[in-house]
Ligand binder design. Sequence first.
Ligand SMILES: Nc1ncnc2c1ncn2[C@@H]1O[C@H](COP(=O)(O)OP(=O)(O)OP(=O)(O)O)[C@@H](O)[C@H]1O
Length: 258
Amino acid sequence: MTVTPILELRGIDKSFGPVQVLHDVAFSAYPGEVTALVGDNGAGKSTLVKCIGGIHSFDAGEYLFEGERVQVNGPRDAAALGVEIVYQDLALCDNLDIVQNMFLGREKRRGPILDEATMEEMAARTLAGLSVRTVKSVRQQVSHLSGGQRQTVAIAKAVLWNGKVVILDEPTAALGVAQTAQVLELVRRLADNGLTVVLISHNLNDVFAVSDRIAALYLGRMAAQVRTTDVTQSQVVELITSGRSGDLGLATTNGATA
Ligand SMILES: Nc1ncnc2c1ncn2[C@@H]1O[C@H](COP(=O)(O)OP(=O)(O)OP(=O)(O)O)[C@@H](O)[C@H]1O
């Protein structure tokens, strides 16, 4: 059965000045699935994600959303489609509480006055909808939260703003074992709730724990996009380090088939 990806990039080229960073990259992500984007340092993961998020324009290629070709000329266009990126450094403000962070720059107002009650209720409902029980009060200041709780708030913020495609940049990079497990559980739940999740990760244990598909970039080219159940960790290591895997009978190299 062929399933239409919610997000699809075809033939993406991207250069910075004379240096071509992405070469003819194809990438697809599907609702209800976690697609892991892997690759060595400098392979082009962040650049690809920034093209998806409208932060970088690309030089050639097509961007399709829900099967339709779209123009994404900036972060606002990506946000309007429902593409939300949660960066590793989180961009949460330490001196604000959870509600203030989740609504930062998009506050609800009743006339000239901030509608605190509605914002508080929406923040709490979003966290509850994600079965987040580790955050006790939405009025806690973010500086008092653990790394895992901060990551949870950043993810919930993306969901609150109607993220259909939620892209997570190394969400467990700074976390210990227990917090990593909590965040991975949340990542899986997002997909199980029907969202499309793209997970950038260097940690193959995380990738194999939660992903449905793996897209491996090598020196700016998409080496393979495969179902996680079709590959072993050592095959993925080979894809990351050499761009190929000799013993991998690839069913698809660009994720076009489901
Ligand atoms: N703004 C820029 N100007 C020039 N070169 C850039 C720019 N951004 C990225 N690059 C180059 O593009 C290449 C890919 O970088 P990118 O950050 O996308 O890789 P990555 O796979 O995300 O790496 P990492 O895992 O280390 O974050 C690198 O060689 C990098 O130096």
